[in-house]
Design a protein around this ligand. Structure first.
Ligand code: ADP
Ligand code: MG
Length: 251
């Protein structure tokens, strides 16, 4: 379980995220949705202890993120931020290998190498593993970063818009893979998604943010309603019962 209690981040006198109270249940996928600037990345990076809070407490699997040693937290939780991915002269395999750092401290064992290969295979990067990051397309690079996070092999996984730049095939593959990790391995996955239909289809819970506050939290069945969605996203949205479940139409 991830708990946030009265978590607040004040950027300027008129922009503040929170105070937020939230419980993200263990296991399954929780999707964070909401308009640009709602505070999704701010919340996720505070949970992932990449950004400090001005007030409040966050715990992840019982560990208080503000006073648990990074080394211990890194075995419990991994995070992929939305931006600031480092693009250096690293190959895909070397990058994914960084995901093992909390376990190996840089000396990769046979088991580490196996997990690196698994993560590379899961994201369909086998043919690209010796390529340098600056020789990849945006979507291929995005997959390499997700592979790095998965190789870290943590119970809690936080991903900020991992479907950015991905084509339909790879978006669907990634969501199916994350779903499997949640169901079969009991991972707790918190993912910021831009496309409400991906959230509706794959998430177990949807957490909607707007103006730095949580305005809705529930199952996809509960959130995928025309009034709820239209109000979250400030645009008229219809919901139709499609061949594969509820579908938001806003075009
Ligand atoms: P989201 O991920 O939902 O699009 P963010 O968490 O990135 O939203 O941003 C939430 C709000 O905080 C936005 O209004 C944004 O402009 C503001 N913000 C983000 N980072 C900073 C910063 N470093 N300084 C000032 N304001 C910021
Ligand atoms: Mg964001």
């Amino acid at each position: 379980m991830i708990t946030l209690s009265t978590v607040l981040r004040r950027y300027t006198s008129d922009v503040a995220i929170g105070p937020v109270d939230l419980e993200i249940p263990p296991g399954g996928i929780t999707a964070m949705v909401g308009p640009n600037g709602a505070g999704k990345s701010t919340l996720l990076t505070m949970i992932g202890r990449l950004m400090g809070m001005d007030a409040g407490t966050i715990t992840v699997g019982g560990l208080d993120v503000s006073n648990t040693p990074s080394k211990e937290l890194a075995k419990k939780m991994s995070i992929l931020r939305q931006e600031n991915h480092f693009i250096t002269r690293l190959t895909v395999r070397q990058l994914v290998g960084f995901g093992r750092y909390p376990h190996s401290q840089g000396r990769l064992t046979v088991d580490d190498e196996r997990r690196i290969s698994e993560a590379i295979d899961f994201l369909n990067l086998g043919d690209l593993e010796t390529r340098y990051l600056d020789e990849l397309s945006g979507g291929q690079r995005q997959r390499a970063y997700v592979a790095m996070v998965l190789a870290q092999d943590t119970e809690y996984v936080l991903l900020d818009e991992p479907l950015n730049n991905l084509d339909m095939q790879h978006s669907v593959q990634m969501m199916k893979h994350l779903k499997r990790a949640a169901v079969e391995l009991g991972r707790t996955i918190v993912i910021v998604l831009h496309d409400i239909n991906f959230a509706g289809h794959y998430a177990d819970h949807i957490c909607a943010l707007k103006h730095g506050e949580i305005v809705a939290f529930g199952t996809p069945q509960e959130i995928m309603a025309p009034d709820t969605l239209s109000s979250i996203f400030n645009t008229p949205i219809d919901v139709i019962d499609g061949p594969r479940g509820l579908l938001a139409c806003y075009y």
